[in-house]
Design a protein around this ligand. Structure first.
Ligand SMILES: *Cc1c(COP(=O)(O)O)cnc(C)c1O
Length: 417
């Protein structure tokens, strides 16, 4: 800041407000400082006015106020677009959670009377938003079978505006033929958006598959340490103005501390993801041999129904997958939580019971899938979803083994093996 130095020596109250604010530095550090800010300052009215116009147009790095960006959040948005969409002209906007990224992206492009196609395997809260708020605003959502592929064409109507994908699907891990769906949608002027929670930041290139927007729950692997909530929408440049308008009107934004933590998480994402991948595969293969397990829903296993699509489109697999218990594996028990299932999941040494995933730690959670399927009812047995963290796999396997023994005891059987 430049100022008028004719002013008299300031009073004590002024000095505490003013102290240290003329500090300017060229000290270079590997990481940006945390930008904890609301106010953005300008050197002149002309500068402030120009910044206002540029911010309104959504120009890169333009800001008038921290809701539009600070050095830390703008650096993170740049990083997300670079990592998620290499070789594509894309921009990224930050939201305070993955779910708010989903709702903001949909609100930005939908109007009353529009028709929305959503994968039946979608994240539960996305379904709640579509069936709740979007329905109230006159948007009709239709759920499609995630294995539909190019068959999506038959569901597209003149008023269809968006196809909303998630691959693999939450809890059930179907892999969609994303390139085929995107090609059919684009040929009919319909936008495609994908919830890319599972494979990002390193195992997928959704813009190479043809999507218009990728939705990133940064809470999961990008942050990677279970210590923050954030989401982002990465979108093709020509769609950016419409998204940016919604972001500004809704006032969604993030704080500088959390943005800094996501940038830190990103630096180690590649090595973390490789470790999650290797450990999850080891645990998945062990689970597949268990007598209580009917199937393991992990796209990188050859037994997975869409393994071929996964191999074609993905660069690897993450730490999240489900397994299906054999009918009656935990005994006939009509309670809200069957005793055998509780015995398997509860009191584990290394697996916490929790709804999230993508951090360094392992988690286990049964899936209540019934009400989450409307296009095609879930035919399989009871599902348990695990997130394999960065612990040693021998410890994790021994922990699950104790869980299965506890499950047998809860059924009144002697433990085997
Ligand atoms: C967790 C999750 C989200 C939402 O992210 P939050 O930051 O927790 O709101 C969205 N989609 C999927 C598939 C998720 O697993």
């Amino acid at each position: 800041m430049s100022h008028d130095d004719e002013s008299p020596a300031p009073a004590a109250r002024t000095r505490v407000v003013d102290a240290g604010r003329r500090f300017e530095t060229r000290i270079a550090t590997a990481n940006l400082p945390v930008s904890r800010a609301s106010t953005v300052l300008f050197g002149s009215l002309v500068e402030a006015d120009a910044a206002g116009q540029a911010t309104g147009r959504g120009e890169r790095h333009a800001t008038t106020y921290a809701t539009a960006g600070t050095p830390g959040t703008l650096a993170l948005a740049d990083a997300l677009a670079e990592v998620e969409a290499p070789g594509h002209a894309c921009r990224a906007a930050l939201m305070p959670s993955g779910l708010s990224a989903i709702s903001t992206a949909l609100l930005a492009f939908l109007s009353p009377g529009d028709h929305l196609l959503v994968s039946d395997s979608v994240y539960g809260p996305t379904r709640a938003f579509c069936d709740g708020m979007l329905a109230r605003y006159g948007v009709r959502t239709e759920y499609y079978d995630p294995t539909i592929g190019a068959g999506i064409a038959a569901l597209i109507r003149p008023e269809t505006r968006i196809v909303y994908l998630e691959s693999p699907g939450s809890y059930t891990f179907e892999i969609q033929d994303v390139p085929a769906i995107c090609a059919e949608a684009r040929a009919r002027g319909v936008l495609t958006m994908i919830d890319n929670a599972w494979a990002s930041p390193v195992f997928s290139r959704p813009f190479d598959w043809g999507v218009d927007a990728s939705i990133l729950p940064l809470t999961k692997y990008w942050g990677g340490h279970s210590d923050l909530l954030m989401g982002a929408v990465v979108i093709r440049e020509e769609l950016w103005p419409k998204l940016w308008t919604a972001v500004r009107q809704l006032g969604v934004c993030v704080g500088g501390d959390d943005a800094w933590l996501v940038l830190r998480g990103l630096r180690t994402a590649e090595v973390r993801m490789r470790a999650h991948e290797a450990s999850a595969l080891k645990v998945a293969r062990w689970l597949a041999e268990r007598p209580e397990v009917a199937s393991v829903l992990h796209p990188a296993l050859q037994t997975h129904p869409q393994h071929g699509l996964w191999k074609r489109d993905f660069g690897g697999s993450s730490g999240l997958f489900s397994f299906e218990l054999r009918p009656g594996a935990f005994g006939a028990d009509a309670g809200a939580v069957p005793r055998g299932l509780a015995a398997l999941c509860e009191r584990r040494r290394h697996f916490g019971i929790g709804y999230s995933w993508g951090g360094y730690e392992s988690l286990i959670m049964p899936a209540k899938i019934g009400s989450l399927r409307t296009a095609r009812a879930w035919q399989g047995g009871p599902l348990v979803r695990v997130h394999i963290g960065l612990e040693d796999t021998d410890d994790l396997i021994a922990d699950l083994q104790r869980g299965f023994e506890a499950m047998r005891r809860a059924r009144g059987e002697a433990p085997q093996d």
